[in-house]
Design a binder for this molecule. Structure first.
Ligand SMILES: Nc1nc2c(c(=O)[nH]1)N(C=O)[C@@H](CNc1ccc(C(=O)N[C@@H](CCC(=O)O)C(=O)O)cc1)CN2
Ligand SMILES: Nc1ncnc2c1ncn2[C@@H]1O[C@H](COP(=O)(O)OP(=O)(O)OP(=O)(O)O)[C@@H](O)[C@H]1O
Length: 222
């Protein structure tokens, strides 16, 4: 998209999209959010099972992040080994084994207190569910802006999938050279999308994936 002479993406293009999605998330009525989270949790468990992954990396949803408060416990039932991120001082991510313990962290994060495995432990998972504010159909991820997953993604050999609310799988996200593409988004399409998320494989995934769940629609491009 940015070829000869095209202006490089403005930093503010990303922050404008972030602000837009954060405020849309905050504006979601509680009942809609609860139904969407319930459906996303069920779909995420379906993806874990379809992938046959016993070791999974995920995240602890913050207020208004897709998945909600039930995501971690549901994933823990589906995957015997669940790794959750711990934000380090330099904004890189360490990984802790989920053992049911949590403590408050920076930025309103809830972080695991289980055994720390080190930044490279994430290379051992069979599936990564990661947080995003938006994902483009070609796999560019918009995160919270710390650049944490820009550091993490090169260490990951598993499919990388972001649960999203409807409207957050977008045509394009302003890409910068450091951005690594992710493999898929778990997302519904409006109007009933809040209750029916599907797995959309993106066009940018560099990781070979051997499984497709019943609900997947590969590269539907629309
Ligand atoms: N649930 C969850 N866990 C996660 C992430 C995430 O996006 N979601 N991360 C993804 O990398 C890492 C944490 N990084 C984060 C970096 C910035 C902000 C954030 O909200 N920053 C706001 C300032 C908020 C405040 O000052 O209170 C901002 O920059 O505007 C959140 C998480 C690891 N754990
Ligand atoms: N490998 C890296 N090491 C250190 N800093 C990096 C790396 N990659 C990107 N960054 C820096 O991180 C900052 C934020 O990047 P970006 O906007 O892509 O974050 P993000 O993916 O939205 O956030 P997050 O992954 O934390 O949710 C940028 O200023 C970028 O220069």
């Amino acid at each position: 998209m940015t070829r000869d002479g095209a202006a490089p993406p403005r930093v503010s293009a990303k922050s404008e999209l972030r602000a837009h999605i954060r405020s849309a998330r905050r504006a979601l009525p509680a009942a809609v959010r609860a139904a969407a989270d319930r459906a996303l949790v069920a779909a995420a468990v379906g993806v874990v099972r379809a992938a046959g992954a016993t070791s999974v990396a995920a995240y602890v949803p913050m207020l208004s992040e897709p998945g909600g408060p039930q995501l971690v416990s549901a994933l823990a039932e589906a995957a015997p080994r669940l790794l959750l991120p711990v934000l380090l001082d330099d904004l890189d991510l360490d990984w802790a084994l989920h053992d049911g313990g949590f403590a408050a962290g920076r930025f309103g994060l809830i972080e695991p207190t289980g055994p720390r495995l080190g930044v490279d432990a994430v290379a051992t998972v069979g599936l990564m569910l990661l947080p995003a504010l938006a994902v483009s159909r070609d796999g560019v991820r918009l995160g919270q802006g710390g650049g944490s997953y820009d550091r993490v993604l090169p260490r990951v050999t598993a499919p990388t999938i972001a649960p999203l609310y409807p409207g957050e799988l977008v045509v394009s996200v302003p890409a910068e050279p450091h951005d690594r593409r992710i493999c898929g988004a778990l997302v519904g399409t409006e109007p009933d999308g809040y209750e029916e998320p599907h797995l959309h494989w993106t066009k940018g995934c560099a990781i070979e994936h051997h499984w497709h769940s019943e609900q997947s629609s590969a590269n539907d491009g629309g």
